[in-house]
Each structure stands twice: as structure tokens, then as C-alpha cells.
Design a protein around this ligand. Structure first.
Ligand SMILES: NC(=O)c1ccc[n+]([C@@H]2O[C@H](COP(=O)([O-])OP(=O)(O)OC[C@H]3O[C@@H](n4cnc5c(N)ncnc54)[C@H](OP(=O)(O)O)[C@@H]3O)[C@@H](O)[C@H]2O)c1
Length: 288
């Protein structure tokens, strides 16, 4: 059994135990998540530091770079420790302008699963999320054809577990009618709380919720309430935002992104911050 000193303890995704404090690799690619990073050695060091500090959940996608973050993960960490679980996503390509056009037809999904296997150097992917919607957020519409394709690849033994990303609650339910899911990865943070009900419903089912942009993504979280609470606790707003997510629900897994090993250490220390009921009530006013 995995024990950890990381804040939040562990969670079991299907049969895979992961630390609730994970790491999102997207920020390791070049500007606009295109091309290689300016500081390649620094990027490799961040990944090695994450594992040295005990993180066992790394989030990536062949669309990052494209394939840049997968190749960095492989170079930094392969052969992977048994405890490490790399979660990837399929369903979007990159265009030359850095856009994220959908690629959810069966042929593209199959190609993308094989591309992830190859670039990560794996025979089986631990967890694959089907990315839906577009860069602006979830969009309604059936995921049946796409999700059935992934369920088929799972039956072939290429994928252990499935999840959905950027999904509406209706799409989550539609996916669950096709095959079990172990996580939903959607945008959520202190200031963006559209998924409050979904998080609680998934907690009741034992399904993980993995918020992307936990720190606001490309535009850092800004709120006078957050700044006030952080100043009172002599902490950074980022620490408060991460600690709040861990407290928000036991099924929330963190994958904050950073290209800096120093920030990674700061975020781990920050997520351990203790929040009182008064702090929580005050923070609760931000996104409501
Ligand atoms: N499913 C999807 O559609 C989807 C979409 C977006 C992202 N994701 C996943 O979610 C992960 C998390 O999202 P994200 O990385 O975009 O956003 P995020 O975690 O909300 O924020 C990352 C940003 O915060 C900065 N940062 C982190 N720690 C800091 C610190 N201690 N002090 C100052 N700045 C700090 C980073 O800059 P530095 O590099 O300078 O630290 C980076 O600019 C991604 O890495 C990716 O794996 C998934």
C-alpha cells in the first residue's frame, strides 16, 4: 500500500493508488503549449523532482507540444517506477497556429492512443481521458461513438481505465452507460465553480474529479477575498487555492502545473495549509 507525506494522502483510481497531490505536465512544453521548452534540462529536473518528492500521478497528453511533454516524461523517468501512474488524454489535435481542433473520430482516437503509447514508452496506458468540448469549455453532444472506440481499445488491453475531460454532466452519465469511468477532468477552481454539483455526485460514486487550471491556468486567480485570506494566513494565494481544493472534497485530485521545481515545492508545502471553518466560509463567497 502506498503511504505518502504529501498533503491530501492518496486516492484509488480504479485499482491504481495515486497521491492526491499530482503534477500536470502541460506547462513543460514551449510557449502556447507548442514546441520544446526553452529550458529542457529544467523541465526534466521538474519531472524528476516530482517523483523524488513522492508524486505518483502525472497528467499529460500527446497534444502538448505536440508529443513534447510525453517525450520529456519518458526521458526523465523511464523505466517508470511501479508506483507512478501517467494519465493522458485524447480527442484533440494541434494545428500550426497552436489551436486544438477536435479529433474524436475512431481513426484519430486509435492513432492518438498508439501515439501516446509510443511516445511515453508504454505497452498499456493506465488512464485515458476523452477530451470533449473545445478550448472555451464543454459543449453538449453525444460522445457515444468516441467513447465506444476507447472502450474497445480498453477491451484490447491498450488502456486500463477511462475518464472524460471538459465534459458536461450529461456526457459523464452517457459515458458511464457505455463503460465505467474512474475520473472526470474539468476546469474548476476557487473562482470557477460550475461543477460543484457534479463533484458531489461523483464523490458519492467513488469517482475522482481532477480540476484543470487549479491555479487559474494562463490567468492566475485574482480575488480580493483570496488575497485577504492569504495575507491573514501569511501564505500565498496559490497555497490557499490548492489547500481549498483538497478540503473541498475527498475525490478531488490536484494536478497543478509548473515549469519550476521551486514552485512545485512551494505548491506542495502550500497545499498542506490548514484552513479554518471561517476561512472556508469566506473563500466560499468567491465563486458563488
Ligand atoms: N483536460 C484539459 O482540457 C486540460 C486543459 C488544461 C490543462 N490541463 C491539465 O491541467 C494541468 C494544470 O493546469 P495548468 O498547468 O494549465 O494551470 P494551473 O495549474 O492552474 O497554473 C499553472 C500556472 O501557474 C504558475 N504557477 C504554478 N505554481 C506557481 C507558484 N508556486 N508561484 C507562481 N506561479 C506558479 C505556473 O507558472 P510556472 O511555470 O512559472 O510555475 C503556470 O503558469 C495542466 O498541466 C494539464 O496537465 C488539462
Amino acid at each position: 500500500m502506498l503511504t505518502t507525506s504529501l498533503p491530501g494522502g492518496t486516492w484509488t483510481l480504479g485499482g491504481l493508488t495515486v497521491t492526491r497531490f499530482g503534477y500536470g505536465a502541460m506547462q513543460l512544453a514551449g510557449p502556447g503549449v507548442m514546441g520544446p521548452p526553452a529550458d529542457r534540462d529544467g523541465a526534466l529536473a521538474v519531472l524528476r523532482t516530482a517523483v523524488e518528492l513522492g508524486i505518483t500521478h502525472i497528467d499529460t497528453s500527446a497534444a502538448y507540444g505536440p508529443t513534447v511533454t510525453n517525450q520529456l516524461i519518458r526521458e526523465a523517468l523511464h523505466p517508470y517506477p511501479d508506483s507512478l501512474h501517467i494519465v493522458t488524454k485524447v480527442g484533440a489535435n494541434r494545428d500550426p497556429q497552436g489551436g486544438w481542433p477536435p479529433a474524436r473520430d475512431p481513426q484519430s482516437l486509435r492513432r492518438s492512443v498508439h501515439e501516446n503509447l509510443e511516445t511515453l514508452g508504454l505497452d498499456v496506458l493506465d488512464l485515458v481521458n476523452l477530451r470533449l468540448g473545445d478550448a472555451a469549455g464543454p459543449l453538449p453532444g453525444s460522445l457515444a461513438d468516441a467513447f465506444e472506440t476507447l472502450a474497445d481499445l480498453q477491451r484490447q488491453g491498450l488502456i486500463r481505465h477511462l475518464g472524460v475531460s471538459n465534459a458536461t454532466p450529461e456526457q459523464v452519465a452517457e459515458a458511464q452507460a457505455i463503460a465505467p469511468i474512474v475520473c472526470v477532468q474539468n476546469m474548476y477552481n476557487l473562482a470557477h465553480r460550475r461543477d460543484d454539483e457534479l463533484i458531489d455526485a461523483l464523490a458519492g460514486q467513488g469517482v475522482a474529479y481532477v480540476p484543470f487550471f487549479p491555479l487559474g491556468g494562463f490567468s492566475p486567480l485574482q480575488s480580493s477575498v483570496l488575497s485577504t485570506v492569504a495575507a491573514r494566513l501569511e501564505a500565498t494565494p496559490m497555497s490557499v487555492a490548492l489547500a481549498w481544493l483538497l478540503r473541498r472534497s475527498p475525490n478531488i485530485l490536484l494536478i497543478p502545473g509548473t515549469s519550476s521545481a521551486t514552485h512545485l515545492r512551494e505548491n506542495i508545502a502550500g497545499a498542506a495549509l490548514s484552513l479554518s471553518n471561517d476561512d472556508l466560509a469566506e473563500l466560499d463567497t468567491i465563486g458563488r
